[in-house]
Every structure is written in structure tokens, then in C-alpha cells.
Design a protein around this ligand. Structure first.
Ligand code: FDA
Length: 320
């Protein structure tokens, strides 16, 4: 069932995640919005901060993402920067900045939301926007990590992050273990002492650039994680997969890795997040907010057949 889902339905859902018409309709349907709440706790800064307070009370760290991707105009990119600056102000005012080892509050950024895919000067616009956000984050004592999008953006994203690291060496970067290139990228960034969030990868990528078999993706993840743990940076283990979570302490012991954190998405394996945090491990939860949840939500549906069934059932109930 899982294999059939991965090879047939998953690519269809991921293709639909790029459809602008569907996005427009789905983001306005009250029933979808209700189902989406499991993964996206709110649309406004106030509502996401309520969820953040609950997570912080249980000892978990957070990374807050303002939803949006592939903006098609400079105004939309500027609007996203404005929301991030407001969010950072609110985080600064909260005074929740932790010890020097790891910042409990972080924001996550998608460069395509900051203008990267604009035809004219997209890369420069995204770099300048990310720079402005990093300046504010640095003043507020908040970390930032740059998300990974589809493989056509990887070279540009890595180039922007290399530039940002010159002034903001604390900036984090997401690398996707399903990409064949990623072992090399891990070697580069782990050697440079970077904070790297390693995930499996959520887009539908061709076999020419990515492992497509789930077992091969997990194997690549563990190879990449070993490199990160043996390096001089700060590994962030972003996965819900028990096979990966179970391997982490052994890998940390073998490589002598002293500091790392687990990361999971809001609404996924909450009990496991709490169990790890209660055991004394650092656990960070990725918490998205905003009205443009369609692409993010569709990627979550594509990850698990049960999510799709749940969603379709909610739609059917509404139809009756
Ligand atoms: P896998 O998909 O094998 O899932 C393992 C188990 O986790 C499942 O059996 C199930 O129990 C649970 N699970 C996983 N996904 C679920 C879901 N949607 N609903 C319910 N249960 C689920 N990707 C990307 O391309 N770019 C990025 O920038 C990021 N950023 C990112 C940040 C963080 C903090 C995390 C945790 C993940 C990402 N991802 C991402 C997503 C990532 O690439 C991947 O798609 C998901 O994490 C699912 O992969 P797992 O490693 O969890 O394994």
C-alpha cells in the first residue's frame, strides 16, 4: 500500500500542490481550513504565538515559518519581509532567548517567498530580503534557517546562504537527503561549522537528481547525518522516522557529536516530541502560520496515505 501510494498518488498530489487555481479554491473553503488546523495552527502572528507558548511550556523549542512560496511579484516578497519583521519584534519582546548553546526561538524562511523565483534579479532580491530579516533576527537574539525547495533552486539557495554566513554565521540551512548531491553539500557545510537541518525532502524529484526508493532515501539520510555529526557544525535531525530517531544516539556516540537537536513538524508525532523533550533532548517544532497554507498542506498529504483519507473523509462529510 505504502509503495503504491509513493509511486502513484504521491506524484499526483505533489503536482496538484503547484496548481494556482486549486490553491485559490482550497484556501477559501471553510472545511479544508478546519482540516488544515492539524498542521497549521493559525493564520495570524497572535494565533501562532499562542501555539508557540504551549510548545515552550512543554520544554520544546520552535521554528516559526510564515507560509508562502513562489511569489510572483516584488510587492508580495516585500509583504513577506514585513510580516517576518513584525514577528521578530514580537519574539524579541517575549524575552525568551535561552542559553548561548541554542536559541529556543527560530524563524524559517523560504527564499521563493522572498522573491527568488522572480524573473528579474530574483536571486539578488531574495538575498537582500533575507539579509534584512537576518539583521533584525540577530538584534532580537532569534535564529533563522533557510528552507530547501525543489532541486532547481538548490544552487541558488546554497549560494545565498554562503553569502549570508559571512555576516550571520549562525544562519541555518536545510539539506534534503533524497538529493544525490547532498552528501557533498553536507561535507562542505559541516566542514564550515554550519547549522544544518537535515530532512528527507518533500518534493517530487526526478531519479536523475534524487533517490526515489524510500529505503534508499533513509540510507542516504543516515550517511549524511554521520557526516554532519562528525563535522564541526550543529546537526538538526529533522525527521519523524523511528528508524532515524533510533539511530541518532548511537551515531552521536560514535562520532563524538556533543550538541544536536531533533526537529519535527507541528501536529506530527506530538507524543514522540514530548517523550524526547522529557528525556532531556533538545526538540524543536516547525510551526507554520498564515493564509497561504496550500502548498505546505498538500506536501503533508503526500507524505502519508492516512492524511489523504482523513482529508477526503472530512470533505465527504461536508458533502452529505
Ligand atoms: P517518513 O516520511 O518516512 O515518515 C516517518 C513517519 O513519520 C511516518 O511513518 C509517520 O508516522 C510520520 N509522518 C511523516 N510525515 C507525516 C505526515 N505528513 N503526517 C503524519 N505523520 C507523518 N522538506 C523539504 O523538502 N524542505 C524543507 O525545508 C523541509 N523542512 C522541514 C523541517 C522540519 C523540521 C521537518 C521535520 C521536515 C521538513 N521537511 C522539509 C519535510 C521532510 O522533507 C519530509 O517530507 C517529512 O519530514 C517526512 O519525512 P520523515 O523523515 O518524517 O520520514
Amino acid at each position: 500500500m505504502a509503495g503504491l501510494f509513493a509511486s502513484t498518488l504521491r506524484p499526483v498530489i505533489l503536482a496538484a500542490s503547484k496548481g494556482h487555481g486549486l490553491r485559490h479554491t482550497a484556501e477559501r473553503l471553510p472545511v479544508t481550513r478546519k482540516v488544515v488546523r492539524r498542521f497549521v495552527p493559525g493564520e495570524t502572528i497572535d494565533s501562532v504565538l499562542d501555539s508557540v507558548a504551549v510548545l515552550r511550556d512543554s520544554g520544546r523549542y520552535v521554528s516559526i515559518d510564515y507560509l508562502g512560496e513562489d511569489v510572483t511579484g516584488v510587492d508580495a516578497a516585500n509583504a513577506a519581509v514585513g510580516v517576518y519583521l513584525n514577528l521578530i519584534d514580537r519574539l524579541r519582546a517575549s524575552g525568551d532567548h535561552g542559553d548561548a548553546g541554542a536559541r529556543p526561538l527560530e524563524i524559517s524562511l523560504k527564499l521563493s517567498a522572498l522573491g527568488q523565483s522572480l524573473e528579474r534579479d530574483g536571486e539578488k532580491i531574495a538575498r537582500d530580503n533575507a539579509y534584512a530579516i537576518c539583521q533584525a533576527a540577530q538584534r532580537a537574539g532569534v535564529w533563522a534557517t533557510v528552507d530547501a525547495e525543489d532541486h532547481t533552486t538548490t544552487d541558488s539557495t546554497l549560494s545565498i546562504v554562503r553569502d549570508l554566513r559571512l555576516d550571520f554565521p549562525w544562519i541555518g540551512l536545510v539539506l534534503q537527503a533524497y538529493l544525490r548531491r547532498t552528501l557533498g553539500d553536507c561535507e562542505e557545510f559541516a566542514g564550515a561549522g554550519a547549522r544544518i537541518r537535515l530532512c528527507k525532502g518533500a518534493y517530487d524529484e526526478p531519479a536523475s537528481v534524487a533517490y526515489r526508493d524510500p529505503a534508499a532515501v533513509t540510507a542516504s539520510y543516515l550517511r549524511c547525518l554521520r557526516v554532519l555529526m562528525a563535522g564541526s557544525g550543529y546537526p538538526m535531525v529533522a525527521s519523524h522516522d523511528p528508524a532515524i530517531i533510533d539511530a541518532v544516539s548511537g551515531l552521536a556516540r560514535e562520532t563524538g557529536c556533543g550538541a544536536f537537536e531533533y526537529q519535527m513538524l507541528y501536529g506530527i508525532r506530538d507524543g514522540e516530541q514530548r517523550r524526547l523533550a522529557d528525556s532531556g533532548a533538545r526538540v524543536r517544532v516547525y510551526v507554520p502560520f498564515g493564509t497561504q497554507w496550500y502548498g505546505y498542506f498538500m506536501r503533508r498529504l503526500a507524505e502519508r496515505p492516512a492524511n489523504l483519507t482523513f482529508f477526503l473523509r472530512a470533505l465527504a462529510q461536508r458533502a452529505h
